[in-house]
Ligand binder design. Sequence first.
Ligand code: SF4
Length: 411
Amino acid sequence: MSVLDDAVAAAARGPVDAAAALSLAAAFAAAPHDHGDDRGQGHLDALADELTAAAGARRDARWGRTAWFSPKVFLPVTNLCKNACDYCSFRRSPGQAGEWTMRPDEIESWLGRGRELGCVEALLCLGDSPERVFAGYRQTLAEWGHGSTVEYLVWACERALDMGLLPHTNAGILSAEEMRRLAPVNASLGLMLESASERLCQRGMPHHRAPDKRPAVRLAMIDQAGALGIPFTTGILVGIGETEVERVEALLAIRDLHRRHGHIQEVIVQSFRARPDVPMSAAPEPGERELLRAIALARVILDDEVAVQVPPNLTPGSVKAMLAAGVSDFGGISPLTPDYISPGYPWPHLDQLAAACARAGFSLTPRPPVHAGFLDRPGFVPAVMQAHIRAAAPRLDHLAATLHAAAETQP
Ligand code: SF4
């Protein structure tokens, strides 16, 4: 057996060690005969299939045949952002067409509609640190009685909780003090690591004009969230110019932080999608095989209690293939609001997704925006938030029963 065969065999037993993970990545990235194994592309393809099978088995052992998702209403609080990532079609500058900041009455209205439609999660998502660079935005917040974005978010999260929705906030880079303020009114917080590659921050690379995408800045915030005992969602972007080895290095960095604090609840494996009117509009998107390999690598590298999640609207490949590669979660799906970050990619209809999961042998099941494993772990979910989560349980049970019934009647 070669080193690669050994690595794939080890992946079936538990999280692969860093050396084995990196050797797998280097082999998949190399030309067929460049990886020290003269059996060629056919052997590499066979290894990728074995890796996928190992990842699926590892998911089965810990997560069973349930595919989770979080029914959410998506509140894009503001699309003003101090960064400018080359693939982003969400961000705007003040005065630019399409700029928005949600007014308090808009937030309340959307929360109310989300609650009526059976949502349980309120996802608050926004550009990075807009008040640090845009005076007009600071003025707007002041007119609404808030001294900072975090203060406005705390207000919005409290309104969501009042309406029976469980907030999950992804507000870009936050200080420890800002996370301390948001944690009591959020079921969980999130920040995509995206990549641990400094190279992608160099001139001409996608994060060159995005100081908050420096890996050290993002890893430091994820580390602080762990020290604060916050259930946390992070993830990687696939196909923004990183190498296969850099992709694995990002997964290993997330695993290291999770092993320090035990706070990573899920890791999103998100595909780059080229959109018009951005600097990377003509960049190639990752193919299905590459993406499924990234999913499988995530599953065999991360510890078993960390869910591997893909957004079904952004992932090339069938639901069956994603599940076979080790996915256990489809993240937040909204019956009400579009995906504001990726508006050209609508979320699937829940009944159809439930039926596709059923055909693959899985049961699509809703969950709150904090995974069940955190609820009885000391130091993570405060008693007040536990009560909010318990109060939402009957609505999740009702939705689960509806979806399971729909899955049986769909062709
Ligand atoms: S990806 Fe996020 S940080 Fe980058 S420009 Fe878009 S909103 Fe800002």
